[in-house]
Design a protein around this ligand. Structure first.
Ligand SMILES: [Zn+2]
Length: 277
């Protein structure tokens, strides 16, 4: 469900969500980071999906933390992703390049399937992994890296980084880096929630914040066709595409990925890891 709301309403709704679940949090994001958009999963209660962005709200799936329940839930408002800088000036590679990104893994069921499809199309991607997942599946972390993909951080436990104290924020970044085996070059904050404090904390470590511009909303499981259509119709050269290889049943994502790779490859696209990751 996508509801257009004012920023104030979004914050009010988010505040309600916070009381419903500790995981639901608000992002006072309508400032330095631009207009808010919405969503993502997390928390214990299914609630409304709020968006301040008319067109295509960003979404995000539920973290599959050990304590989290099994299926996807909408989340809370999030910062609208910045326009991608990848593929812009300085890239001289001819042809069309797009950047597939997968959040919330690694997952022993879905990540290998994603890797298999990427290999079939000679595509490379960026995986934004949750620390707890990486710690639980170090073999998958190695497998992703060995296949030539890049790995970015996605927090230790899918926390909203804008809600943390500086020491808690540093702890999230440190523990995630340890779980990944090396400090990531880029971080995708859960829910796309970024404020000045988070951005400074990330960049002061020499890492960059990586958002996206094509949101498949695959965590809502709208059907593989719908997921694929979203990507195929909105991808432009330099697009950063958000999908998920963890956080719930990703069978639709896997099916859609096959279609996306086939269609966009036939249109001349190549898929590379994010240059900053
Ligand atoms: Zn996520």
């Amino acid at each position: 469900m996508s509801v257009r709301r004012t920023a104030a309403a979004v914050l009010a709704a988010a505040t309600t969500l916070v009381t419903a679940s500790a995981v639901w949090t608000a992002v006072a994001a309508n400032g330095a980071e631009g207009p808010t958009t919405s969503s993502g999963p997390a928390g214990r209660a299914r609630s409304t999906y709020a968006s301040a962005t008319p067109a295509r709200p960003a979404a995000h799936p539920v973290p599959r933390s050990p304590a989290a329940a099994a299926d996807d839930r909408p989340t809370r408002p999030q910062v609208r992703p910045l326009p991608p800088t990848a593929g812009g000036a300085g890239r001289t590679t001819p042809g069309r390049i797009a950047y597939l990104t997968f959040d919330d893994g690694p997952d022993p069921r879905w990540t290998p399937q994603v890797l298999g499809l990427l290999a079939r199309y000679d595509a490379h991607a960026t995986f934004f992994e949750i620390g707890t997942q990486a710690a639980a599946h170090p073999d998958l972390v190695r497998q992703v890296r060995a296949a030539g993909h890049r790995i970015g951080g996605h927090s230790w436990d899918h926390s909203d980084l804008t809600r943390l104290t500086p020491p808690q924020l540093a702890d999230q970044l440190d523990r995630t880096a340890a779980a990944l085996g090396e400090a990531p070059r880029c971080v995708r904050p859960p829910f796309g929630a970024v404020d000045r404090t988070v951005r400074t904390a990330v960049t002061s470590r020499g890492e960059s914040v990586a958002l996206w511009d094509v949101d498949t909303r695959d965590w809502t499981r709208p059907g593989a066709k719908a997921i694929a259509a979203e990507v195929i119709s909105h991808t432009k050269p330099g697009s950063v595409i958000l999908m998920h290889d963890g956080g719930g049943d990703r069978s639709q994502t896997v099916q859609a990925l096959d279609q996306v790779l086939r269609r966009l490859s036939s249109k001349g696209y190549r898929f590379e890891p994010l240059p900053d990751c």
